[in-house]
Design a protein around this ligand. Structure first.
Ligand code: ZN
Length: 224
């Protein structure tokens, strides 16, 4: 057999090569489609966190006035731990006058890298009334000490040291609380301050002005 002899393929060999080539192509296509299906199936679950629920197993879709800007699951600000049944709302102030909701959200997100402390909240209400959701409903946030597991936490921005909320912040806080009260069937006594949990002066204006606090709770539960 000569070294450079070109063997003419028989028709049956040629057919066999075509079949083998087609089989390889088909296998590659099957693997590609399976890969895409797995990617799509995992798309909603790649945070590794439980789905946002209403406490009764139903999945919640946030209304469009809530800016859902979740921080990554991490040890310091979003442990990904499912809550117990939600029975209350704990209201806070950020304690950092003039800072925006976005800045506070980014601070919580940054703890994933810095590990400076354990802190976060489910929601932050900004100076212009914007509402950011950074830890989803159904997940524990690190905000209200021993009530983290059965309450929703809301941090509110404020323009100065007094801690009084702007009209826009106040209005959005009332709207957000009404939404959560309806969602979870929370009672007026379930809406509390961080102060009521630990004695911390938070939210300071509404601890120092008991009448303002009662007005706020009254506004949340007022008939529209
Ligand atoms: Zn607080």
């Amino acid at each position: 057999m000569g070294k450079f002899r070109i063997e003419k393929l028989s028709d049956s060999k040629r057919a066999a090569i075509v079949v083998a080539f087609a089989a390889v192509l088909a296998a590659a296509a099957v693997i590609f489609v399976a890969f895409i299906i797995v990617r799509i199936a995992n798309a909603g679950a790649d945070t590794g966190a439980p789905e946002e629920t209403d406490g009764e197993g139903g999945v919640v879709t946030s209304p469009d006035w809530i800016d859902v800007d979740l921080i990554p699951v991490n040890e310091y600000s979003r442990p990904g731990t499912p809550t117990d049944e939600i029975v209350g709302i704990v209201i806070h102030y950020v304690g950092n006058p003039g800072t925006s909701a976005k800045a506070n959200r980014n601070y919580f997100a940054g703890l994933a890298e810095s590990g400076a402390t354990y802190a976060s909240s489910n929601f932050i209400v900004g100076l212009d009334g914007e509402v950011i959701e950074c830890v989803p409903l159904g997940e524990v946030a690190y905000c209200s000490n021993n009530r983290n597991h059965d309450t929703i936490s809301i941090e509110c921005c404020h323009p100065d040291e007094s801690g009084q909320f702007t009209y826009a912040t106040y209005s959005s806080l009332v709207k957000l609380c009404r939404y959560l009260v309806d969602l979870y069937g929370i009672k007026p006594e379930g809406v509390i301050r961080h102060y009521d949990v630990t004695g911390k002066m938070c939210p300071v204006y509404y601890v120092e002005h008991e009448d303002a606090w009662h007005t706020l709770v009254g506004d949340i539960f007022a008939e529209e």
